[in-house]
Design a protein around this ligand. Structure first.
Ligand SMILES: Nc1ncnc2c1ncn2[C@@H]1O[C@H](COP(=O)(O)OP(=O)(O)OP(=O)(O)O)[C@@H](O)[C@H]1O
Ligand SMILES: [Mg+2]
Length: 241
């Protein structure tokens, strides 16, 4: 079973009397438990792709399957439940509730789903993201890196099949970005959750095993990262040429 599968996804935007074909028949497969990244220049359609995969935006044509289930035809309510239980999303601006503590933010998806997050599970998540000592701190009093790691723990709280993360290190300094990548890698290895990470930064994308390069609306190629940023940067430039 694949955690995520996109078949021939296309999306065109219309504005000011012009149309832009942002995605042209994109197909992508993320097998269960694998860590993949999508790289591409600014404006290449990375966020659009992520929005289609999360069911936040409808595709013009093509299909998305999450854990084998097609998104087509799901009601808004069913899509909301899917995003709460099956697909974890890490947004660039974290989307934490400022007045709630780290623990409360992490447990929020479970509460919205009508049950408390088991304490042992919460403690394990806090430990995995290195925030046990910040558990009771209000989110508004966290550093950028701490807020980011809270957002990671929250995305994993419901034990989703896949996590989607859009340029999640854009606002972090380099040591925090490295810590973020190491945390994601550890969570992927220990919890077996598939991850699709979007980033234009080879250092960040190298955390993934497999990289897909998006340009001019198509996947120009996919390759193994070898967890080596220089290799990723070189292969990326080759595919961009
Ligand atoms: N709602 C919209 N209406 C019209 N055009 C849009 C809309 N959303 C995005 N676009 C256009 O689609 C293209 C792809 O945008 P997208 O945000 O997916 O790029 P991106 O690869 O995520 O870029 P970045 O790296 O800068 O975040 C851009 O040219 C953008 O201007
Ligand atoms: Mg974007």
């Amino acid at each position: 079973m694949n955690a995520l599968e996109a078949q021939a996804l296309s999306k065109t935007f219309h504005s000011d009397g012009k149309s832009i074909d942002v995605l042209k028949s994109i197909s992508l497969v993320i097998p269960e438990g694998e860590f993949h990244a999508v790289m591409g220049p600014s404006g290449s359609g990375k966020s659009t792709l992520l929005n289609l995969l999360a069911g936040l935006l409808p595709a013009d044509s093509g299909s998305v399957f999450v854990s084998g289930q097609p998104l087509a035809g799901l009601s808004d309510h069913a899509l909301t439940l899917l995003r709460r239980r099956t697909v974890g999303i890490i947004f660039q601006d974290f989307n934490l509730i400022p007045t709630l503590s780290v623990s409360e933010n992490i447990a929020l998806p479970a509460l919205l789903d009508g049950h408390p997050l088991p304490k042992a599970h919460l403690d394990n998540l806090l430990n995995l993201v290195g925030l046990t000592h910040r558990a009771d701190q209000p989110a508004e009093k966290l550093s950028g890196g701490e807020a980011q790691r809270t957002a990671i723990a929250r995305a994993f709280a419901m034990e989703p099949r896949i996590i989607l993360a859009d340029e999640p290190t854009g606002n972090l300094d380099s040591p925090s970005a490295t810590l973020f990548c190491n945390t994601l890698k550890r969570m992927n290895a220990e919890l077996g959750t598939a991850i699709l990470l979007i980033s234009h930064d080879p250092q960040v994308a190298a955390a993934a095993e497999t990289i897909h390069v998006l340009k001019d609306g198509t996947i120009r190629g996919s390759f193994a990262s070898e967890h080596n940023a220089t290799h990723v940067a070189n292969r990326y430039l080759e595919l961009m040429a």
